[in-house]
Structure formats: structure tokens, C-alpha cells
Design a protein around this ligand. Sequence first.
Ligand SMILES: C[S@@+](CC[C@H](N)C(=O)[O-])C[C@H]1O[C@@H](n2cnc3c(N)ncnc32)[C@H](O)[C@@H]1O
Length: 374
Amino acid sequence: MAVVEQDINDRYAIYLGDCCEVMPKLKTGSVHLSVYSPPFGGLYHYSSSERDLSNCRDYEEFFTHYEFVVEELFRLTMPGRVTCVHCMDVPSGNTGNDHLRDFPGDIIRLHERMGFHYIARYHVWKEPLGVRNRTMVKNLAHKQIVDDSSRCSVASADYLLVFRKHGENSIPIAHPNGLLNYAGERPIPPELFTYRGWKGNQIENRYSHWIWRQYASAFWDDVRIGRVLPFKQAKDDEDEKHVHPLQLDVIERCVVLWSNPDEIVLTPFMGVGSEVYGALINGRRGVGIELKPSYYRQAQRNLQYALDGYTEGLEQMALIDDDKDWLPEDVHSSQPAGGAQPRQHETETPFAGLVQGTPSPVLRDGRGAVGAGK
Ligand SMILES: C[S@@+](CC[C@H](N)C(=O)[O-])C[C@H]1O[C@@H](n2cnc3c(N)ncnc32)[C@H](O)[C@@H]1O
């Protein structure tokens, strides 16, 4: 299969294909940062392809498949640099008497086994009534407290897990004038704006210090949950559900905290392009891989907006409404989907620019060049 289609320019390279086949073609130590949401251990089914990690037969098979991805991410990551995994606890179902699976814990143990150090866990806060109304999770209903509170549960946070590859970071991620932009919903105290981009002693930089306090908190209760890329048009006719894009505030924080301008930010599970988009609008370069053609096409459209600088309009198009269909009635009863594979055509030069030793339009020049960490 390798690459079915690709779209490459000097800011990004995106591939329609299976990340387990595309990543082995990328150069060791060439990625400065990776940010992504893996398919959530069987919670959603994105496509009928057996290459789709969401179609694994069970939780154990998912981790066997996912281990290959993490192993590749370890090889690709520059020494001393970071990979960020967005995930959540996985509910056993929505019967009203369910339990949770410690998906984040299993992800942490896998990364440690692959050689990463676990360095942080951020909690992206979700407002309970909003979660209940959006998902119709039974054990979050107020009625449950009234009837039998032994069955009530929590509006789980999303988690952002951060892992660092061992070794010396040869290119410091410096912010000599502090942090310049805040991605979140809290109003910045107006008196701090005079310090933005402060050139003097950074101890005096109250603007950057304020942003740092929001970002360094273990609880990110200021993420704009609805600030995501357009995704609904990416739904295929036969899909029961649509993809759930990662919030742009989360991505922007990762990109700014853990990469330099022009560096390479990778997502092996690109969906509609959010991580690549977050990289581009922050002056980084993005590499994304996506298996499902309709998501890949939506990513192409979304990234074109980023290249054109029409980001505000794009983000306004995407406000989530009435998004109730994310949780199946009983996760464990969902069988892996069979059915036809998407039609695939090999391209003649599938990894233009990413094969070892060839010049790359995306990864060329400067300190962000691929191979810098080799
Ligand atoms: C949680 S979604 C990612 C959503 C993405 N963060 C966004 O904001 O749009 C996981 C994605 O992984 C894709 N996927 C699953 N298995 C894959 C594979 N083997 N290679 C590449 N993509 C895969 C699915 O099609 C889905 O789009």
C-alpha cells in the first residue's frame, strides 16, 4: 500500500496511507516533535480498513499494533525531544453501570518500555453538564444521583501525556523574549500587555510569566473546547460517527512549548489535519499521515486555509454543535468492521523528499533540517 497519495510543499508533507508503512520511510532523528491522538482503543471506528488501529479485535491487539507506532516514533524523534499523546480513559460502554479502562496508564507503560521518559500529564477540563448533554452518558445524568448514586461517574478530562526521548537536546527550544501568544479562553490582564515581547530582564516579563502559569498548570481548564477544525464534511455516507478533532489550543501549546520555528512536527494519525495546521500557523513545518481518504481530503482543504492565512474564518466554520454521537451504546459489543478496503493506487515516487538521502522540499534547509539529530 505505502502511499496512496501525497501533498507536499515547502511548509508541509501529508500522506494518504498507513502510518505503519509510511513512518519506516522517514529518516531516523528527523522529527523535532510529535503530537497526536491515537484511535482510542476501540472507542470509535473510523473506517473498515484492517490497517485502522480502531479496528483491532480487542484492547490487547490494539496495543500490539500501537507498539509498532511508538517504536517508530522513538526512532524518528530527535534525542532530548518530545512526543505528546492526547488520550482519555476509555469507558466500557454506556449502559449506566460501566467502568473505565486506564488507557493513559497503558500508554505510559508502553512508552517507558520503548525507551521514553514520562515527563508530564496535563488534564484538559470538561464541563460536566456540557459533557452529559453532548454525549448522553447515562452515569453522568443528575437522575443517577437521585435513583442510585452508586452508579454515577465523572466527566473525565482528556489527558495530554508528554514523553521525552533520552539524550542531549542539541537545539535548545529558547524563548528569549518569553512566550508571545496565549492559546486559551482566559482574559489576559490588560496591564500585562506592555510586557509582551519584553527585551530586558525576563524576570520582569509579567506577560510571559502569566502565560507560563496557565500552561504549567496540571489542569488546563482554559482550553476552548469548541476551537477545532471543520470536520463534518469529512464524514463518509456509510460512517456512523465523525472524527473528533483535537482542540487547537492544546496543539498550539505543544507546538510552542516543545519546538522551534521551522522545525518538523509529525502526526501519524492526522485526521482532518489539526496538528499540521497548528504547526503551520505557528511557523513550524508539519508532516501528517492519514489512512482514511475523506479525512485526508478535509485535511487538504483545512491546510490550504492555513497557507492562505484565512484561519479565523476557518475556525469559525467549525464550532461543534449537538455532538451526541461519540459514545457507542456498548463499546465491547462493537465488532471490528469488515468490508472492502479503500481503493489504493501506488504512486511512483511515494516518499518524495522523505526517503533517506534525497533532498526534501518540506524538510530542506536551516536548523530544522531532517537529520539534524542523527
Ligand atoms: C483520534 S483520530 C485523530 C484526529 C486528529 N487529531 C484530528 O484532529 O483530526 C485518529 C485518526 O487515526 C486514523 N488512523 C487509524 N489507523 C491509522 C493508520 N494505521 N495510519 C494512519 N492513520 C490511521 C483514523 O482514520 C483517524 O483519523
